[in-house]
Design a protein around this ligand. Structure first.
Ligand SMILES: C[S@@+](CC[C@H](N)C(=O)[O-])C[C@H]1O[C@@H](n2cnc3c(N)ncnc32)[C@H](O)[C@@H]1O
Length: 195
């Protein structure tokens, strides 16, 4: 187990990725191609920046990164420091959203407590904040990927939003620790775009 963890960590360092989490996004993208050149991406829970590095390699037209901690600055990515559960953060995202987004990615999660029910509830709260703000920023046929610590509210969460998309997939990347209940839910091809 530790050997596998170290392998991803070393690989990320060697490649210059901000974190080993980069390989989770690479794995998701390999299975369900979601990253394309010229796309407009909203990345939530972006620090320390492994996913950001992977997205930047695909030459996005726009990348807006949001995190509780201050991410690295720059013109691209544009960074917002804020809590995704707060309306003020979404106000700022709306101001910077331009024509909208083709892809929302959320790897956000505060420090896990080790208490499964609590971690699950916290992750559902973050995922819900993301899903509740698809309209009006997510474009037609857009995709949302959210990390969730799986639990008894997961099915209800998926059922609540799946009708807004053409397909829903669940995946657990190889680099995700097997003892973790972490999964990634991919809501693909948004149907309700209002712009
Ligand atoms: C697992 S890390 C993300 C790793 C990142 N994807 C990478 O590749 O380096 C989770 C991040 O989510 C952020 N986060 C947690 N809760 C948040 C919230 N409510 N709003 C915004 N960001 C949040 C944390 O500050 C942390 O940086």
């Amino acid at each position: 187990m530790e050997k596998r963890k170290d392998a991803y960590y070393r690989k990320a360092r060697k490649h210059g990725y901000g974190s080993r989490a980069a390989y989770k996004l690479i794995d998701i993208d390999r299975k369900f191609p979601i990253l394309f050149s010229g796309m407009r991406v909203l990345e939530i829970g972006s620090s320390p920046g492994g996913w950001t590095d992977v997205i930047m390699e695909r030459n996005p037209e726009k990348l807006l990164c949001v995190d509780l901690t201050a991410p690295k600055g720059g013109e691209l990515p544009v960074n917002i420091r804020g809590d995704i559960r707060n309306e003020a953060t979404w106000e700022r995202i709306r101001e910077l959203s331009g024509d909208g987004f083709d892809l929302y990615l959320s790897d956000a999660m505060s420090h896990t407590t080790g208490q499964h029910d609590r971690d699950h509830a916290m992750s559902v709260e973050i995922c819900t904040a993301v899903m509740e703000h698809c309209d009006p920023l997510l474009l037609m046929d857009g995709t949302v990927v959210v990390k969730q610590f799986q639990g008894d509210m997961t099915k209800e969460f998926i059922d609540r939003y799946k009708g807004n998309f053409k397909k829903v997939y669940i995946t657990k990347p190889a680099s995700s620790r097997s003892e973790s209940s972490e999964i990634y839910i991919i809501f693909s091809r948004y149907r309700l775009a209002s712009q």
